[in-house]
Design a protein around this ligand. Structure first.
Ligand SMILES: [Zn+2]
Length: 121
């Protein structure tokens, strides 16, 4: 899926990723304001490689939930890159756009997600 729609989700995912890292940075640094941190994170997200080691350092400070969120974001970005974004990992059905808008990292259709959640309880 390489359409303007997936571009929209890619941007949304990158913003979400930047905001997540900014939250961690703000928690650790404390000094910089949230808006500054978010702007900084966005800059760094587009600055490949150069800031990679700082990012790795930040990742150590992630809580488990945040780390899982980051993994989900990166996986979604990867699926956009390889064209499988928006398809259920379980059954291959298209995930409704409304669901993706609500949760851009969704990688299962509603049916499979609910089945997985029932299974894990
Ligand atoms: Zn499914």
């Amino acid at each position: 899926m390489n359409t303007p729609i997936s571009d929209t989700f890619a941007r949304q995912l990158k913003d979400q990723r930047g905001a997540l890292l900014a939250r961690v940075r703000a928690r650790r640094g404390g000094a910089i304001g949230r808006a500054d941190a978010a702007a900084q994170a966005r800059e760094q997200a587009s600055d490949d490689g150069a800031k990679a080691s700082e990012e790795r350092d930040l990742l150590i400070g992630l809580e488990e939930r945040e780390s899982a969120e980051l993994v989900a974001i990166d996986a979604a970005l990867q699926r956009i890159a390889d064209g499988s974004y928006g398809l259920c990992l379980q059954c291959g059905a298209s995930i409704p756009a409304a669901r993706l808008h609500a949760r851009p990292t969704a990688d299962h259709c509603v049916g499979c997600q609910e089945a997985a959640e029932r299974h894990s309880r």
